[in-house]
Design a binder for this molecule. Structure first.
Ligand SMILES: *Cc1c(COP(=O)(O)O)cnc(C)c1O
Ligand SMILES: [Zn+2]
Length: 412
């Protein structure tokens, strides 16, 4: 393992690789640090290519050894989306990285795989999490696979698909009367005096590292190239910032050719857009909001990595955009019809932002653009219910023909 310690993003102080909620000097967030020179000396493309076809292929970039058990996570498809590009009038190489292939159908399986492996290594006997939706299922499934009791905390306004799935894995699910930010605060209190590994609270430094694998995987799938432009959703801002870090670490290891950072676009739903608002206002401060809107998996009103996300957008010449509920649903429908990928509302946010950037003419000809689709449409089926149509017929071919005629006439 190349990870050496945890470092505070606030004051730079160093801490051992243990379960820690925050820096005990300044309360800043903690992050895993690595022996970068040893990685550059020891890790080659050949070594990676001979590794497992899961996220543990990237073990050298993770703060825990591959556990040898647990669900197979990662290696999600990178789909070239020519028809979507054409539909948007884009003359670029457009790709959709589709995280719906993970065991619980979202990118959260990656962060949980890393946090759960570290929790086992540190001797924890229970997993827990504060979830905006997808983390609930991912943590519950990981707990079931590893044989650990699992405690899930979710806000009460969550999609039932996500709550029921988490409970089906046998997890103990607490439905909290409050927002995600209330749930997160509750879990921070609980984590103090309970022997539970909260994957995104006291294990957050390890959890966050899992997101780097989505970038490293993308680069390998592109033939060891870094894309020119990235479009990715923001809830806490962790995934978005770790995607850039993944590309940077792949370069510093000598796996990827040097070049400019990708232009990083972050995406939020207008009902919960504190980072997009700060970006638009030129501010360095993210002012907390009370979330509304259909993009519930992104509904973090007080995002832990919001200021770092602002820095990533500004440093790379990118932006942080917001789209409203109507644009989210349009994004879901556009992506589904033009690529065959059906995404949940978070992916609708990303697709909506892609369309917005295309309309603004920001995406150049010949660029390699990667759009991250982080969750499955079957989990937020109510979002599209109002915009889809079905036709009731009797089991009679004539009835089908007549219905088709009527439908043609109505759309003419
Ligand atoms: C959690 C989540 C995200 C983003 O999470 P961050 O907290 O910003 O890392 C994006 N998409 C989906 C579907 C999610 O569940
Ligand atoms: Zn500190």
């Amino acid at each position: 393992m190349y990870a050496t310690h945890l470092v505070c993003k606030g004051c730079g102080s160093e801490h051992p690789l243990e379960a820690r909620f925050a820096c005990d000097r300044c309360f800043g967030p903690l992050e895993a640090a690595y022996d970068r020179e040893a990685i550059a000396a020891g890790v080659t493309r050949e070594l990676i290519e001979s590794g497992p076809s899961t996220l543990w292929r990237w073990e050298s970039f993770l703060p825990v050894r591959a556990p040898g058990r647990g669900l197979p996570v990662g290696n999600s498809p990178l789909i070239q989306a020519d028809r979507l590009a054409a539909e948007l009038g884009l003359d670029c190489e457009l790709y959709v990285k589709t995280e719906t292939s993970n065991p619980t159908h979202s990118f959260k399986d990656r962060v949980v795989a890393v946090a759960a492996a570290k929790s086992v290594e540190l001797g924890y006997e229970a997993l827990a999490c504060a979830s905006t939706g997808n983390l609930a299922g991912a943590t519950a499934a990981a707990g079931a696979a590893l044989g650990l009791p699992t405690y899930i905390f979710v806000p009460s306004d969550l999609e039932p698909e996500k709550i029921i799935a988490a409970a089906a894995y046998g997890a103990t699910v607490f439905v909290v009367d409050g927002t995600y930010d209330d749930v997160n605060r509750l879990c921070s209190e609980l984590a103090y005096d309970r022997p539970w590994a909260f994957v995104n609270v006291n294990m957050r430094a390890y959890y966050a590292e899992g997101s780097k694998t989505i970038a490293l995987e993308t680069a390998e799938q592109l033939g060891w190239r870094v894309p020119d432009r990235v479009i990715a959703p923001i809830a806490s801002g962790s995934l978005y910032t770790k995607i850039l870090q993944g590309f940077e670490e792949g370069r510093s290891a000598g796996l990827l050719d040097d070049g400019p950072d990708p232009v990083m676009h972050g995406c939020q739903g207008a009902g919960c857009a504190p980072v997009a608002t700060a970006f638009a206002g030129g501010s360095d401060q993210v002012v907390p909001v009370k979330p509304t809107g259909i993009a519930k998996s992104l509904a973090i009103g007080s995002p832990a990595d919001g200021v770092y996300a602002l820095d990533v957008a500004r440093r790379t010449g990118g932006s942080i955009e917001a789209v409203d509920d109507e644009q989210i649903v349009e994004g879901i429908s556009l992506l589904a019809a033009a690529t065959g990928v059906f995404t949940e509302t978070a992916g609708g946010v990303t697709a909506g932002v892609l369309r917005k950037l295309a309309e603004r003419g920001e995406i150049g000809a010949g660029e390699t653009v990667v759009v991250y689709i982080t969750g499955d449409g079957l989990k937020t089926i109510d979002a599209v219910r109002p915009v889809v149509r079905t036709i009731a017929v009797s089991p009679d071919p004539d009835d089908v023909d007549a219905a088709l005629e009527r439908r043609l006439a109505s759309t003419r």
